[in-house]
Design a protein around this ligand. Structure first.
Ligand SMILES: Cc1ncc(COP(=O)(O)O)c(C=O)c1O
Length: 427
């Protein structure tokens, strides 16, 4: 007889208006050719089937046209490479809650973070510190520390907010109290949308408002938020934001990243920046003149011409987001993750601890699970899961992360993953 979760999973799948989108993706298979249960979109999203066509079209244009492909196309709907990144603007703006002038697809996340900090981290007098969260993704920490060093400052100018002892997520009141206490010292607050390890989703509107009221500039790392949860970057008034596109945006390993710069900074040629010719006034770019005139808006922070072949899959994925709609995706995502939470709690009870907030408003798709086992044994559970065809991931010393993705996962995927987790823990 089917386990109770599986029966209700089938019912939920039958009622899911977005179920057909799963067929738009390639799902990994195991050595025996069985479809894996892929719950790792928080790390690398699955490949949209249309991605290969997008990439081959650009390869074909290169084959047929050589350099002329920058300005011409040989087929209907061709995307001349000169303005390639512009094709992503509408889709990214919709996901970011921004206007097109506020977003740009470029580089990778950490590079974009550096470019943004060059412009927006301007330590002056006693206002010379950066606030981050204690478990910030290491690359962000390294980037901030190196920017501090660049200004002749050091780790003493890095202020961190940590969860309380014995807790895994940050309390809003602690974030707000730190902003108030440290306000006069803060030049920049760099905050994640969704915390990569715990899966905690922050109230970015409230944090941005409090940080700006304290006199700080606000930058956001949306690696785990864009395409996962609705964002309103313009209305929240963030100064800048950066993201990668290989997680929830399904654009492939090392894909082109993205950046948001609020419209109020669009006409600020005075801001210091590390410039390059792709950020220069489009109308005058090929005059090859000596002086730099930035394009108004986020595009003005581009440095080099866009990597067409790594941007093509992003266009394929954005087309799917456009069709599905982020509001509907979020609705399904909340149900999927709640279903996973309930299934884990009922099947595994005290054998696991879910460290992600249990309130749907404080999390995205991801659930982070700690097993009540010594680290080695917990790690073996992860290996057993992988061998059973359930792909999540492992973060030292004891955390398993799973993200059921509304675009391509089903409730039955979740039920199968929880069955496999229960079997791995029992073994
Ligand atoms: C939260 C966060 N920040 C930064 C990065 C670094 O991204 P990149 O290698 O694209 O610079 C990652 C990568 O997974 C991440 O999860």
């Amino acid at each position: 007889m089917a386990a109770p979760e599986v029966a209700s999973a089938s019912e939920l799948d039958a009622r899911d208006p977005l179920a057909h989108f799963a067929a738009e993706f390639h799902h990994p298979v195991d050595a025996a050719g069985r479809k894996a249960v892929y719950l790792c979109g928080h790390s690398l999203g699955l490949q949209p089937k249309a991605a290969a066509a997008y990439v081959s079209q650009d390869l074909a244009e290169w084959q047929r046209l050589g350099v002329l492909g920058h300005t011409q196309g040989t087929r209907a709907g061709a995307r001349p490479w000169i303005g390639y990144h512009e094709h992503a603007a509408r889709g990214l703006a919709a996901l970011a809650g921004a206007s097109e002038i506020e977003v740009v697809a470029m580089n990778s996340l950490t590079i974009n973070l550096h470019l943004m900090m060059v412009s927006f981290f301007r330590p002056a007098g006693p206002r010379n510190c950066v606030l981050i969260e204690k478990s910030a993704f290491p690359s962000d920490r390294y980037a901030v520390l190196s920017q501090l060093g660049f200004h002749g400052l050091d780790a003493r100018h890095l202020i961190e907010v940590a969860p309380r002892p014995g807790e895994h997520v940050l309390r809003s009141e602690d974030i707000m109290a730190t902003l108030e206490r440290e306000g006069p010292r803060l030049a920049l607050v760099l905050w994640p949308g969704v915390q990569y390890l715990s899966g905690q989703l922050f109230d970015l509107g409230a944090i941005t408002a409090a940080a700006q009221a304290a006199g700080a500039v606000v930058g956001l790392d949306l690696a785990h938020a864009i395409g996962n949860v609705p964002l309103e970057l313009h209305d929240w008034n963030a100064d800048f934001a950066v993201w990668c596109s290989y997680k929830y945006l399904n654009a492939g390993p090392g894909a082109i990243g993205g950046c948001f710069v609020h419209a109020r900074h669009a006409q600020r040629p005075d801001l210091p920046r590390f410039a390059g010719w792709w950020g220069h006034d489009k109308a005058r770019r090929f005059e090859m003149g000596p002086d730099f005139h930035p394009i108004p808006g986020a595009e003005g922070w581009q440095v080099s011409n866009p990597p067409v072949l790594s941007a093509a899959p992003l266009l394929a994925s954005l087309e799917l987001f456009g069709r599905a709609g982020l509001a509907r995706l979020r609705e399904k995502s909340v149900q999927l993750t709640a279903f996973m939470q309930r299934s884990i709690q009922s099947r595994l009870g005290g054998a696991v601890e879910i460290i992600t907030p249990l309130d749907a408003a404080q999390r995205g798709s991801q659930l982070s699970v700690r097993l009540a086992l010594p680290s080695q044994a917990a790690r073996r559970c992860h290996e057993r899961l992988t061998a059973a065809g359930v792909i999540g991931d492992w973060r030292e010393p004891d955390t398993l992360r799973f993200a059921p993705i509304a675009l391509y996962n089903s409730f039955r995927d979740v039920a199968a993953a929880v069955d496999a987790l229960a079997a791995a823990v029992e073994a």
